[in-house]
Design a binder for this molecule. Structure first.
Ligand code: ZN
Length: 292
C-alpha cells in the first residue's frame, strides 16, 4: 500500500520515463520509421516500434502485445507500399481508434524491374523520400496534438536540415566511385530507390520482398551477370540470411563488401542505430568496396 502510494507520488513528481502520461503514444511499424517519428515528435511523443531492430518486417508475425500497443496509441504510422502485409488485419483486430497514417504518401512508387511488376516498398532508402515521410509525420502529429504545432514544426525543420546535409554526403560518396564500378549485389532488392535517386545499379537474387526464396535459376543468372558485368562486390544485409550471398560471392569471384542495413536499424549500440547513421554506414560500406 505504502509502496504503491510512493510510486504514485514519484510518478506524479517526475513522470514515467517509459512514457509520461502527457505524452502522445504513437506506434510505428518498424525501427527506421520509429526513428523518423522520434525525431519529429521529440519530447511530446512516446514512440513504440513493432518490428525490432534487425527484424524483417516483410514476414513479421504480430503478437497480442502489438495489438495492445495499437489500442493505446493515438497514431499508427506505417510505411505502406505493401511493406507491412499484416498491418491492416492488426489494426482491425486491435480495435484501435488511432489515426492510421501511411508515411510514404506522396512518394513516387517504383516497380520491380522484372516481369512481376510488384511495387517496391523500400522508399526510405532515398533520403529525398525520407524528407517526404518527415513532412507526413509532422502533419499527422500536428493533427493529433494541435498544441504541439510549434514544437513539431521546429523539430521537423531541424531534422530536414540534417537530411539535406546527409543527402549532400550521399551524392559526394557516389561521385567518388568510378562510374563503371557503381554496381552492387544485395540479397533482396531493397536499394532500388537509392539506386534510382543517386545513380547506382543494384542487383538482387531475391525480389522486393523476403517472403519468397531465390530460385536456383535466379542464382545462376546472377552469378553469370556478376562475371559478365564485372560486378566488384556483394553486400550482406542485417535482415537476411548470409548464406546465399556467401555462396554467390564464392562462385562468382565477387568480394564481400560488408554489412548494409536495408529494412531495419541496428541495436542501439550498433553502426546503424538511427536513420542517419544507417545511411552513413551504407555509403561507407559501398565506397570502401567500390572506390579503387
Ligand atoms: Zn525489404
Amino acid at each position: 500500500m505504502l509502496r504503491s502510494a510512493l510510486a504514485f507520488l514519484v510518478l506524479a513528481l517526475f513522470g514515467d520515463p517509459a512514457g509520461a502520461a502527457d505524452q502522445l503514444n504513437v506506434v510505428a511499424t518498424f525501427s527506421i520509421l520509429g526513428d523518423l517519428v522520434t525525431n519529429v515528435g521529440g519530447e511530446r511523443v512516446n514512440v513504440t516500434a513493432l518490428v525490432a531492430p534487425n527484424g524483417d518486417a516483410h514476414v513479421y508475425a504480430p503478437t497480442p502485445a502489438d495489438s495492445k500497443k495499437l489500442a493505446a496509441a493515438a497514431i499508427v504510422f506505417s510505411n505502406g507500399l505493401g511493406f507491412e502485409g499484416w498491418i491492416d488485419r492488426l489494426v482491425k483486430a486491435s480495435g484501435t481508434k488511432a489515426a492510421t497514417v501511411v508515411a510514404s504518401k506522396g512518394v513516387k512508387p517504383r516497380t520491380e524491374d522484372d516481369d512481376h511488376g510488384k511495387i517496391d516498398p523500400h522508399a526510405w532508402q532515398s533520403v529525398a523520400n525520407a524528407k517526404i515521410y518527415v513532412g507526413n509525420i509532422r502533419d499527422a502529429l500536428i493533427k493529433a496534438d494541435p498544441p504541439g504545432k510549434d514544437a513539431y514544426d521546429a523539430n521537423a525543420k531541424a531534422y530536414l536540415a540534417k537530411l539535406d546535409a546527409l543527402e549532400t554526403d550521399v551524392k559526394k560518396a557516389i561521385d567518388s566511385i568510378p562510374r563503371e564500378r557503381r554496381k552492387i549485389i544485395t540479397t533482396h532488392d531493397a536499394f532500388g530507390y537509392f539506386g534510382a535517386t543517386y545513380g547506382m545499379e543494384f542487383i538482387a537474387p531475391q525480389g522486393v520482398s523476403t517472403d519468397a526464396e531465390a530460385s536456383a535459376r535466379d542464382i545462376a543468372k546472377i552469378i553469370t551477370q556478376i562475371k559478365r558485368q564485372k560486378v566488384p562486390a556483394v553486400f550482406l544485409e542485417n535482415v537476411t540470411d548470409d548464406r546465399l550471398l556467401r555462396q554467390i560471392a564464392a562462385e562468382s569471384g565477387a568480394k564481400i563488401g560488408g554489412k548494409v542495413y536495408s529494412d531495419a536499424l541496428s541495436d542501439a549500440g550498433g553502426l546503424a542505430a538511427t536513420y542517419i547513421d544507417m545511411i552513413r554506414n551504407n555509403i561507407r560500406q559501398f565506397t570502401a568496396a567500390l572506390v579503387s
